[in-house]
Design a binder for this molecule. Sequence first.
Ligand code: AMP
Length: 285
Amino acid sequence: MELQRLAVQGKTLGFVPTMGALHEGHLSLIRKSNQENDVTIVSIFVNPTQFGPKEDLKKYPRPLGKDLRRLRKEKVDFVFLPAAETMYPEGYAAALRKVKVDRISREMSRRLCGKFRPGHFKGVLCVVEKLFRMVRPNRAYFGAKDFQQAALIARMNLKWNLGIQMRVLPTLRENDGLAMSSRNIYLSRKDRIRARAISRTLFWISREILQGKRNLLDIRTQAIKELGKFVDEVQYFEIVEPETLKPLHVRRRDVVVLTACRVGKTRLIDNVIIQQKKPETSNQD
Ligand code: AMP
């Protein structure tokens, strides 16, 4: 296979797994991979095992032609577009049964989004492990936008000694602060305006914490109250320890503030990482 030949030649391979409907956030990962590696491969696969039965698997946007044009423009070397049967020859249920997670990862996967999307992270880990084993990249690129996902994949990478360098890059935002997401196209014009409250509140809370407010329980309560004025449901708003995703009551060191809100029928997630010293790009090996 072509990729193996490249490995033999000592070329470094960067991998950007996506579900398509590419936006600038995805492209920022691809550009970084292009900079840091000899060869970049992007996968587009709308992974059925990470969607719940009532979720948007069927209507998830799949503008394949447009995506391929963008990838060509970015000079991506390989695009991997697997069929569901290629990823899951053993069937979905059998593949999910094979996913083994340690106790800490299991706890982490049940927090935050895991509470509202049971089984979601099992599906994510299932597909990413398969993709990692198929592609065997030197580096893999993920967005901090999906912080919980990146944290769980980083743990899996360590646990299975997959030896891939995990690169987690900052969230790209629209001019008004809304985190870019393939799901933003679901928002009506009015909902799109209401959705601004999500990043606005995260930035406000981030300033409060940076200015020295220490009572995180208090800050969280204020944030939920403020967000609740604009969105239809605040599923969670948590200030957590980055390594374990456990809620913090008092500021100790680096923290991540994460939220998931429903605006109309659309579920949106966002977060801010508040670090003491390090720059915003984190490089988790
Ligand atoms: P998805 O296609 O939604 O599965 O996302 C593919 C990758 O792009 C994941 O690693 C996401 O975290 C990342 N990503 C999604 N949105 C953004 C964004 N706004 N900024 C940076 N990365 C993003």
